[in-house]
Design a protein around this ligand. Structure first.
Ligand code: EPU
Length: 421
C-alpha cells in the first residue's frame, strides 16, 4: 500500500495549477446518462472516484472514451443496464448520482444503498423521498434501491436537510419529468450551479440554481453537449492553506475566489495576506506564524465541511486557541486523534474540537481515514519536525490529483513510497 513521506519544515513558495472539481465532475458524468447524443467533458480531474464513475457508466453499457488530456466522451445511447452494484457503490458513495438520471431516462434503476462511511451515517432518504414525490415507485430490497416510473411527474419538493447530492439527483431527475419541479431548501454549492449549467447546455430548463429554490421545467429529451468542469475549490483551498501553515506563499492558478469566500475570510483572520487576482488566488504568510481561527461548518455559502480538517491542522500550530464545530457530519474528527499523535493539543467534546496551538508538531506515522482527513495530515506533516509517514493514502488519491508532484512544485519535501510491509 502506498504512503506519503513528508519531511517537514520548509515554507512553501510557488504556483500550483488547480484541477477540475471532483464533486462537479462526478454528477456531470452521471448526468450525461440523460442525453440522447454524445457528451464531451473537459477539465475532468484524474482521480480514483472519477475512474470509478467512468467504469460504472461503462458497465451499464454507455460508451466512454478518455483521451490523454482527460477529455471524457460519453455516448449514453448504448446504455442497456440500469444497475449500480454494491461492489462499486461501497467504494464510492457518489455512485448514488446515477439514480435520478436512470429513473428519468430509462424508467428504472437498481442502485445499491451506500453504507455508512468513515465520516458519518450519510443516509439517502431525501433522494428516495424526492423520487417518490415525482411519482416513482421506490422500494428498498436486499440492500438495493429499486425505483420504477413510466415518466416522472413534476412536483414541489421541500428537502428536510440541505443535501448536495440529493439536490443534484432530484434536479437531474426533474429535467425529463412531465411538468414543473420546484426544489425547496436546495443546496447552493458551486458544483450544483456547474451541474445545472451542464444540464442547461443539453437543453434542460432550469432556473434558480445557486439559490435555495430551483425550478425545473421538464423537457421531452436532452441533446449531447460539450462542457468544461469548474476548478476544484476544495483543492485550491487546501493548497492555499499549505502556504499559510508553512509560513510561505502559494498562488493557486485557476481558482475562483467567489467560490471560496468563507475560506479566504478565515485565512485572512489567521493573518494571511490574500490576493484575489485575475485567474488566481494568492496567500502570503511569509515570516509570520498563523493565528488561531474558529470554524463552524455549514452548507454553502457557509464554511465548507470539506475544509474543516485542513483548518484544524492550521490551528494545531497557530498562536492561540481555536474552536472547530462540525455541523454537517457526525464523525468527521478522526484526523484530530492522529494529529494528537504528532503533539497537537486537542480537546474533543461531541462535535466540537478545542485546539490550543503548540509551537511545533513532531513527526509520527499517521493513518489517513478519509479524503479530507488525509489532506489535513499531509498539511500537519509539512510543518512537523522530522519525517511524517501518512499511510493509507488511497483516500487522498480519490480527491487530489498528483498531490505529491503539486506539493513538490511548491518546494515541499514529499515522496510517495510503496510500503510492502
Ligand atoms: N442527509 C440526510 N439524508 C439524505 C442526504 C443527506 O440526512 O438523504 C444528511 C447527511 O447525512 C449529512 C447532510 O445531510 O449530514 C449533508 O450531506 P450531503 O447529502 O450534502 O452530502 P453528500 O451529498 O453525500 C457532498 C460531497 C461531500 C461533501 C458534502 C457536504 C459529493 C460527491 N460529495 O456529499 O464531499 O462533504 O456534500 O458538502 O459531492 C469530499 O469531497 O470529501 C466529500 C465528502
Amino acid at each position: 500500500m502506498d504512503k506519503l513521506q513528508i519531511r517537514g519544515g520548509a515554507p512553501l513558495d510557488g504556483e500550483v495549477r488547480i484541477s477540475g472539481a471532483k464533486n462537479a465532475a462526478l454528477p456531470i458524468l452521471a448526468g450525461s446518462l440523460l442525453a440522447d447524443g454524445p457528451v464531451t467533458i473537459a477539465n475532468v480531474p484524474h482521480l480514483h472516484d472519477v475512474t470509478t464513475m467512468i467504469s460504472l457508466l461503462g458497465r451499464m453499457g454507455a460508451s466512454v472514451t478518455v483521451d490523454e488530456r482527460m477529455h471524457v466522451e460519453v455516448d449514453p445511447t448504448t446504455t442497456k443496464d440500469t444497475f449500480a452494484p454494491y461492489e462499486l457503490v461501497k467504494t464510492m458513495r457518489a455512485a448514488i448520482l446515477v439514480l435520478g438520471p436512470l429513473v428519468a431516462k430509462h424508467g428504472r434503476a437498481d442502485v445499491s444503498l451506500p453504507g455508512g462511511c468513515a465520516i458519518g451515517a450519510r443516509p439517502v432518504n431525501i433522494h428516495v423521498a424526492g423520487l417518490q414525490a415525482m411519482g416513482a415507485d421506490v422500494h428498498i430490497e436486499n440492500g438495493y434501491i429499486r425505483a420504477r416510473a413510466d415518466r416522472l411527474k413534476g412536483a414541489r419538493i421541500v428537502m428536510e436537510t440541505v443535501t448536495v447530492t440529493g439536490t443534484e439527483n432530484l434536479m437531474m431527475a426533474a429535467t425529463l419529468a412531465e411538468g414543473q419541479t420546484i426544489l425547496e431548501n436546495a443546496a447552493r454549492e458551486p458544483e450544483i450551479v456547474d451541474l445545472a449549467q451542464f444540464l442547461v447546455s443539453m437543453g434542460a430548463q432550469i432556473r434558480g440554481h445557486g439559490t435555495d429554490t430551483i425550478v425545473v421545467d421538464g423537457v421531452g429529451k436532452l441533446h449531447g453537449t460539450h462542457y468544461e468542469v469548474l476548478p476544484d475549490r476544495i483543492e485550491a483551498g487546501t493548497y492555499l492553506l499549505a502556504g499559510a501553515i508553512t509560513s510561505g506563499r502559494v498562488r493557486a492558478r485557476g481558482a475562483r475566489a467567489e467560490h471560496l469566500d468563507a475560506v479566504l475570510h478565515k485565512l485572512q483572520q489567521a493573518g494571511a495576506a490574500v490576493t484575489r487576482g485575475d485567474g488566481f488566488i494568492e496567500v502570503d504568510m511569509r515570516g509570520r506564524r498563523t493565528k488561531s481561527v474558529d470554524i463552524r461548518t455549514a452548507p454553502h455559502p457557509g464554511f465548507p465541511t470539506d475544509m474543516q480538517a485542513q483548518f484544524a491542522a492550521l490551528d494545531t500550530i497557530a498562536d492561540g486557541v481555536g474552536t472547530i464545530v462540525e455541523t454537517i457530519f457526525e464523525n468527521r474528527f478522526m484526523h484530530m486523534l492522529e494529529m494528537r499523535r504528532m503533539g497537537a493539543d486537542i480537546r474533543l467534546e461531541g462535535n466540537t474540537a478545542i485546539i490550543r496551538g503548540v509551537p511545533k508538531l513532531t513527526a509520527a506515522p499517521v493513518m489517513a481515514t478519509d479524503l479530507r482527513a488525509s489532506a489535513s495530515l499531509v498539511l500537519a506533516g509539512l510543518v512537523a519536525e522530522g519525517t511524517t509517514d501518512v499511510e493509507r493514502i488511497y483516500h487522498i488519491d480519490r480527491g487530489y490529483e498528483h498531490i505529491e508532484q503539486k506539493l513538490q512544485g511548491l518546494g515541499a519535501q514529499i515522496k510517495r513510497m510503496n510500503d510492502r510491509r
